[in-house]
Design a protein around this ligand. Structure first.
Ligand code: NAD
Length: 237
């Protein structure tokens, strides 16, 4: 008989929020909302053209705050699972949106930052933000303009919470990746770390990504995520 699951790590990507109306990143042609990633998601892009980068994330923020963007059944299923599952559960997201927390997830690691936060370039202090961020926005700690940037991990920068993530991967017996293309390092290698820890690895995605998970479930996140996690709860009694 299979041992009951004690520790589960879930990684989500842009695909889990696609049915909430937020475009994925690589699905079309490597562009993020019609922009090249080196323009809007690298420190060099920010140095070259801060107004463009500020405006890109202002648009993302306005979108997240618009009434038509809501969590979908996949986000809700993960929040319910966190509440009902008796073992350890860690949810890691590559997404910068706030749909997991809006669905009720509590233990959540935003490894690529959050669109509703900004950071001081000097003090590294992080602040909430719901309005537009522009060069003229006065920093709440330095009291001067031009010191703030979106609290987003750009390409070439170190993702957040890596110590906690690595510990969770080392100790898990099930690793599930949902709606991620596996193109962005280091998240793309998490399933291999989980395998080294002898975890069972499962990919839930709309389409084949060519990665080496032990098990694959294909379909829309809003359908396959609730079914998958309800299945775990019913088999663990
Ligand atoms: P990605 O865009 O590279 O890949 C999306 C994956 O989701 C694809 O494999 C696709 O097949 C799958 N998918 C699409 N629709 C789906 C659905 N309805 N159900 C299940 N799967 C579906 O995403 P990524 O791997 O997360 O990398 C993108 C990077 O860009 C991340 O680092 C993230 O920070 C950023 N990003 C974030 C958001 C967001 O916050 N919602 C949106 C776009 C990009």
């Amino acid at each position: 008989m299979r041992k009951p699951l004690q520790s589960i790590v879930v990684l989500t990507g842009a695909g889990i929020s696609a049915e909430s109306g937020i475009q994925t990143f690589r699905a079309a042609d490597g562009l993020w909302e019609n922009h090249r990633v080196d323009e809007v998601a690298t420190p060099e892009g920010f140095e070259r053209n801060p107004p463009l980068v500020y405006e890109f994330y202002n648009q993302r923020r306005r979108q997240i705050l618009s009434p038509e963007i809501r969590p979908n059944p996949a986000h809700s299923a993960l929040a319910k699972f966190e509440h009902d599952f008796l073992g350890n559960f860690v949810l890691i997201t590559q997404n910068i949106d706030n749909l997991h927390e809006r669905a009720g997830s509590k233990k959540l690691l935003h490894m690529h930052g959050e669109i509703l936060k900004m950071r001081c370039l000097n003090s590294k202090l992080v602040f909430d933000i719901r309005e537009d961020l522009v060069f003229e926005t006065e920093c709440r700690c330095c009291r001067s303009p031009g010191n703030l940037r979106p609290h987003i991990v750009w390409f070439g920068e170190m993702p957040l919470h890596m110590h906690e993530i690595n510990l969770a991967l080392k100790g898990c017996d099930l690793f599930v990746a949902i709606g991620t293309s596996g193109n962005v390092y280091p998240a793309s290698g998490f399933y291999q770390s989980a395998k080294i820890a002898r975890a069972h690895t499962v990919e839930l995605n709309l389409e084949v990504t060519g990665s080496g998970f032990d098990e694959h479930v294909y379909g829309k996140a809003s359908e396959i995520v609730p079914a998958f996690f309800e299945g775990i709860l019913s088999s663990s009694g």
